[in-house]
Structure formats: structure tokens, C-alpha cells
Design a protein around this ligand. Structure first.
Ligand code: SAM
Length: 476
């Protein structure tokens, strides 16, 4: 990394910082979009909040709509996704470690740096608007500091900064791509291992994962077709899921769409739809009447499975450990028939061998759905993987006792991390004697699924989250 020669001097504080009471500052009349973004960044930093839950509330409460809402959304999610890259650049531009910068000022600096590096907002507007926010919240000393730092950021564009702050591309290609596409290095490493590549495929995967995804809707089987849903919403029929529609909603909350409110459709990534539907496509000999979703909260796949089950004369049981998430399943289900159990899937109390099809949509690191959870990539830690992999093995093992001989279990996670995917399935298949079916057969029309028997979907190949699906059959 190149050291910069002169740096802005440390500003003195003009007056005690405001906004320490936890109450978000009132939005300045002139810049509601940036203030909403800033307040969301603060909630994410201070309370570990989820931006996609906080921001819509702020927009609603402050009646921010249209272009301002779209700008607030882009700046919030963009700043959170790019945080690692922004922090590396800000570190190179500040006269002190970022850990010594006041948190509220750091939020604003990230917001400003994001505008400078990753939007077409003119530099003077990005700097001036950020400095105004800092001045309003933290006084003129902090504003001077922010001004000096951001002026340094304007010294070069994103590509120039990447060359300066990223590791050398030849010596550490994964570290370089991780920085260039704003991913923690360990996550880029996990993607590289799953892809078997540290070159072009990794670059494409990280780049696709760094973009704001389209909203995916699932038409409820038996209630509405994907053609009808596309016509109702102005979206496009999805390429692979028979129920899917892709939508560009800008800043709007897809939960507000009429077909979603009227329960004709749900908001669900196309990859999730494909995995749930794949379980129902495996041909079975003998009975096919009882289906189970062993990790069902908040109910996205349970609604899909419950709808398909009732069309085919089967019933669905849904197990969820967390009571509040079981409530979410009941709410999501509405009139879709299913029985919800609050229980640990490893010891559910359900009768062994009593189900024909079981879905294990196991808790996981979520590394495959980072596009949809802007702050998640910087929160997750490598140490999260091993305990989750242990839980995943236990849940999959339990599923193989709950399914009848000859029945099928779909193991699904929204992560490509090998320890959570093939590592879990290979281990459980070996210990239980379950047969590993070729899952690719149940994803008809989906290209580029590799050598099997598992299916790993990717944003850069399929436009879906990076969902993993393996099918295991209990020996008859
Ligand atoms: C990946 S999410 C499932 C998503 C869900 N299938 C859907 O499509 O909406 C995993 C769920 O498993 C639940 N869970 C965690 N540990 C569990 C356990 N031991 N038994 C049952 N459910 C568990 C979590 O609370 C979480 O709701």
C-alpha cells in the first residue's frame, strides 16, 4: 500500500457531540435522502440492526418517496456492501486509524466515499452534502475533518484506489479480487474453493455478488401463474422457476405489492423456489402423502411446499425451533394448509420413518445471499462456520430418520461454503448409508450445473442467490 504524504490534521471538537441519546437526529429539510441513509448506517453500526428492516421504516415515517427514497436506498445498501473497500480507502486518507474516528463521523465518511467512488454524483455535491450532515450532527470541527478526508478520496477513482489499497494481484489474486469487489478475504476464499477457481469465474462471482439484485417473486401454485403475476406487477417471467417473476422495484417495498398483500405471491429468491420445487419432483415408489419442512421459519419454502402438497393431495408439517419464527410461518401460511410445530428439528418428537419427503433448509452462514443482506458480509466471521456445520450435520441426520425407507430428503443451504455443503452431505451420507441422488435432474432447464450430484446455483451464472441443494434417499 502506498503511503500518502500529507494528511488532514486532526480537527478539534467545536462542541460536545450531539445525538448521544439514541434518538436519530431530525432530518435536515434539504437532504432527507442522505439523512435517512446516515441514520440507517448508524442503526446498523450501533444496534447491529438490519438495514432492510430499518430503512423502509424510516422512509415510511418521514414520508420519503420517489427519487429521494431511491437515492436513500442506493446510498444505504451501497455503502454497507462496499464497507471494507471504503474503509481501506478512508484509512489511506485519514490522519488516524478509523477505530479512533467518532462512529457517527465514520458513518458519514463511508456515505461520502461511496458516493465518490461508486456513483455518478458530482464530487463537489458528494463532499458538500456529507460535510453538511457532519456539521449538523457533530459540529464544525468534525465537519472540517470530514471535508479534508473526502477531498483526499476525490484524488482518484475506484479503480485507482483499488490498485493502491488492494494486495498485489499476482501475489494474492484472491485478496485482490476480494478488495476490488468489496468482500472479506475469507469469503472470497470460500467462493474460490467452491468454484475451483481464483481467476475469471471468481471475479464474475464476486462482481455479481456486489450488485443490487432484482426482486424475485413466487406465484403461489394453484392461485396464480407466473404469466399472470408478471402482468400484474410489470415484471418478467423468471427463466427457470415455473412460478418465478423478476422485478425491478427501485426503492419500493415488494411486500406492498397487491399480489403479495393478497397472498397470490410471495417474495422469494428464484434459487429458493427451485430448491423447494426440486424436492417435489423426485419420483418416489410407494406412498407420497406426508411432507416435512424441518427448518421452516420464516416460512418461504413452507408456503411453496404447502401449496404444492395440497395440489397433490399431500400434507405438510413445518418444524421451527424459534417460537417467534414459528409465528412468522403461521402468518406467511395464511390459508395454505400446514401443521406448525415449535421444536428442535434434532429432537422434534415426530414419528421416525413417517414422512415421504423432507426439506432440511438448514441454518447457515448465508454467504450465498449476501446480495440481499447488505451488511452481512462484514458481520459474519470464519468462526461461524464450524458450529453451523455441526448443527447442519445433526439436522440432516435427524431428517434421514424422520423420512421413511425409500423417501427423499433435500438438504438446502444458502451458502457455497464447502464445509456447509458437500462437507456436510458427504459425511452424513457415509455415516447413514443414504444414497446421494443426482439433484441436477430435478432442476430441468437450468444450465451450467457442473458435474453433480449436488446443485450449486450462483448469482453470476443463474441470477439467483448461491443456493446449494443435495438430494439424499433413505435406503429402502
Ligand atoms: C435458513 S432458515 C429457513 C428458511 C425457510 N426454510 C424459508 O424458506 O423461509 C433456517 C431456520 O431454521 C431454524 N432453526 C435453527 N436451528 C434449528 C433447529 N435445531 N431445529 C429447527 N429449526 C432450527 C432457524 O430459526 C431458521 O428459522
Amino acid at each position: 500500500m502506498t503511503q500518502r504524504s500529507s494528511r488532514p490534521s486532526r480537527p478539534e471538537r467545536a462542541h460536545p457531540p450531539r445525538g448521544r441519546t439514541g434518538t436519530p437526529p431530525r432530518p435536515p429539510v434539504g437532504d432527507p435522502a442522505r439523512q435517512a441513509a446516515l441514520d440507517t448506517l448508524r442503526a446498523v453500526r450501533q444496534r447491529d440492526a438490519y438495514a432492510n428492516l430499518v430503512l423502509p421504516g424510516i422512509l415510511r415515517e418521514r414520508k420519503i418517496t420517489g427519487r429521494d427514497a431511491a437515492l436513500a436506498t442506493e446510498l444505504t445498501y451501497g455503502s454497507l456492501r462496499a464497507q471494507g473497500l471504503l474503509d481501506a480507502v478512508l484509512t489511506a486518507c485519514a490522519d488516524r486509524p478509523l477505530s479512533e474516528v467518532d462512529g457517527a463521523v465514520l458513518d458519514a465518511l463511508r456515505l461520502g466515499a461511496y458516493q465518490l467512488l461508486r456513483t455518478r454524483i458530482p464530487a463537489h455535491a458528494a463532499v458538500a452534502s456529507t460535510v453538511d450532515l457532519v456539521r449538523a450532527d457533530r459540529g464544525s470541527g468534525a465537519a472540517g475533518f470530514a471535508n479534508a478526508v473526502l477531498r483526499r478520496v476525490t484524488g482518484q477513482d475506484e479503480a485507482g484506489w483499488v490498485e493502491e489499497v488492494a494486495p498485489d494481484e499476482d501475489a494474492d489474486p484472491i485478496g485482490y479480487l476480494a478488495m476490488a469487489h468489496a468482500h472479506p478475504r475469507w469469503i472470497a476464499q470460500a467462493f474460490a474453493e467452491a468454484l475451483g477457481s481464483r481467476g475469471e469465474p471468481l471475479r464474475d462471482a464476486l462482481a455479481a455478488d456486489d450488485m443490487r439484485p432484482a426482486v424475485h417473486l413466487a406465484a403461489r401454485p394453484g392461485q396464480c401463474s407466473s404469466d399472470e403475476l408478471a402482468a400484474m406487477t410489470g415484471g418478467e417471467v423468471a427463466p427457470y422457476s415455473p412460478y418465478g417473476v423478476h422485478l425491478d422495484t427501485g426503492s419500493g417495498d415488494p411486500g406492498d405489492l397487491d399480489p403479495v398483500r393478497e397472498r397470490l405471491a410471495t417474495v422469494q429468491d428464484e434459487g429458493s423456489q427451485l430448491c423447494a420445487v426440486a424436492l417435489t419432483r423426485v419420483p418416489l415408489e410407494g406412498s407420497d402423502e406426508r411432507w416435512l419442512d424441518l427448518c421452516a421459519g420464516p416460512g418461504g419454502k413452507a408456503v411453496m411446499l404447502g401449496s404444492l402438497a395440497s395440489l397433490s393431495g399431500a400434507s405438510l408439517d413445518a418444524v421451527e425451533k424459534a417460537p417467534h419464527r414459528a409465528d412468522l410461518i403461521r402468518k406467511a401460511a395464511g390459508d395454505v394448509p400446514m401443521t406448525v410445530h415449535v421444536a428442535d428439528g434434532r429432537e422434534s418428537g415426530l414419528a421416525e420413518g413417517s414422512f415421504d419427503r423432507v426439506l432440511v433448509d438448514a441454518p447457515c452462514t448465508g454467504l450465498g445471499a449476501l446480495r440481499r443482506r447488505p451488511e452481512a458480509r462484514w458481520r459474519r466471521q470464519p468462526s461461524d462456520v464450524a458450529p453451523l456445520a455441526r448443527l447442519q450435520r445433526e439436522l440432516l441426520t435427524a431428517a434421514l430418520t424422520l423420512v421413511r425407507p425409500g423417501g427423499v430428503v433435500a438438504y438446502v443451504v444458502c451458502t457455497p461454503h464447502l464445509s456447509e455443503t458437500v462437507g456436510v452431505v458427504a459425511d452424513v451420507a457415509r455415516r447413514t448409508g443414504a444414497t446421494w441422488l443426482d439433484a441436477r435432474e430435478y432442476f430441468p432447464g437450468v444450465p451450467d450445473l457442473g458435474d453433480g450430484p449436488q446443485v450449486q446455483l450462483w448469482p453470476h451464472k443463474h441470477g439467483t442467490d448461491a443456493m446449494f441443494c443435495a438430494m439424499l434417499q433413505r435406503p429402502a
